[in-house]
Design a protein around this ligand. Structure first.
Ligand code: NDP
Length: 330
């Protein structure tokens, strides 16, 4: 049976890629133990790269991008899944090295899937997506290092982006006072609606470290930006506070000193969503179902279709996507 997918093809002569919706057949799907009828996917920075020239992530063409998806199992050669099960997939280089979620069907390894927890449908799972899943991992890491709501303000950088929006909503819902850093002041109402108590302008905090230690301001931080901003934040952490380093929207460098680690016992926690072990994935998706207010999630969602993806891919690379795009692949 034919199904639709966004297919990226590469012209061997010019090296240029182009993406368009095409009809594929099931025998074109890659090998795998579970075939999923995909319902929703989403748009991440990596998707922007893979819809476009690839950024070195895509191995072979033609390629179906989509680094995350949620849907219903259609056929399974693995005891853990049966037809009708609702599942979600993030990471494992799906949508980069393997065909991903920008099609009405996907075939993947059973090890890569997570059963959807009660209380979360496939649309909500993709409103969360890799960005929201990673935000939850970042919050769990801060909690595992002792963060509690009475310890003071928690900073979220890149707050109006995908990771930042979900982190803000989760932390606000858990009773934390959240300060959101944004370069888009017009997003203030949106961020306060999600649960931020105040907005910090990007310019206030986006410069190279001048003094290794500043006033102790933040009890914790979810950082989607990296670069000079992360370096600056490290020097503003309260004694013993932790920063979850999630992203590099502002740069991969870290022009910092080790002084905050040595004199204030600050912890820098690395967050990787791609190779995250299964048990912690299950734990994070359960926490998402219980701790992320779904009405707040709805406020972040922009609906889209497969045909919208080439434009959305270009937009996210320019930092022009707010909140979470949910792609209805059907
Ligand atoms: P988005 O593009 O949705 O959000 C990034 C946000 O960062 C922007 O909305 C903007 O926030 C801010 N920003 C962008 N450019 C700059 C800049 N030059 N200086 C300071 N701030 C900037 O991306 P996501 O939220 O989906 O992802 C955020 C980061 O996390 C990315 O780097 C992504 O690659 C990474 N990531 C990592 C994962 C992991 O496993 N570790 C998983 C998923 C994502 P505002 O407009 O509010 O200023």
């Amino acid at each position: 049976m034919a199904f639709n997918a966004l297919v990226v093809r590469k012209d061997e002569e010019s090296g240029k890629t182009s993406a368009s919706v095409e009809a594929l057949t099931e025998d074109q799907l890659p090998a795998g133990d579970v075939t999923v009828a995909v319902e929703y996917s989403t748009v991440n920075y990596k998707d922007g790269l893979c819809i476009g020239p690839g950024g070195g992530l895509v191995r072979n063409y033609p390629h179906v991008p989509g680094i995350d998806f949620a849907g219903t199992v259609e056929a399974s050669g693995d005891d853990r899944y049966k037809p009708g099960d609702k599942v979600v997939l993030t990471g494992w280089r799906v949508g980069e090295a393997h065909w991903g979620g920008y099609g009405q069907k996907a075939r993947v390894k059973a090890d890569w899937l997570v059963p959807l927890p009660d209380g979360l449908d496939t649309r909500a799972a993709m409103a969360v997506g890799t960005a929201g899943f990673t935000a939850m991992l970042a919050v769990m890491a801060l909690e595992d290092h002792g963060l509690k709501p009475d310890q003071g303000e928690v900073l979220v950088t890149g707050a109006a982006g995908g990771v930042g929006s979900v982190a803000t909503a989760i932390l606000g819902n858990l009773g934390y006072e959240v300060a959101g850093v944004t370069g888009r002041p017009e997003q203030e109402d949106y961020l306060k609606g999600l649960g931020a108590s105040r907005i910090v302008a990007r310019d206030e905090i986006n410069e190279t470290v001048k003094r290794p230690l500043e006033s102790e301001t933040w009890a914790g931080c979810v950082d989607a930006v990296g670069g000079a901003m992360l370096a600056r934040v490290l020097g503003q952490m309260k004694y013993g506070g932790s920063v979850s380093a999630v992203g590099l929207a502002g740069g991969a460098g870290l022009p910092a000193t080790v002084i905050p680690f040595l004199l204030r016992g600050v912890n820098l926690l690395g967050i990787d969503s791609v190779m995250q072990p299964f048990d912690n994935r299950v734990r994070a998706w359960k926490r998402i179902a219980s701790d992320l207010p779904m009405d707040k999630l709805d406020a972040m969602v922009h609906p889209a279709t497969l045909a919208d993806l080439p434009q959305l891919g270009a937009d996210i690379l320019k930092g022009q996507v707010r909140g979470r795009v949910v792609v209805d692949v059907n």
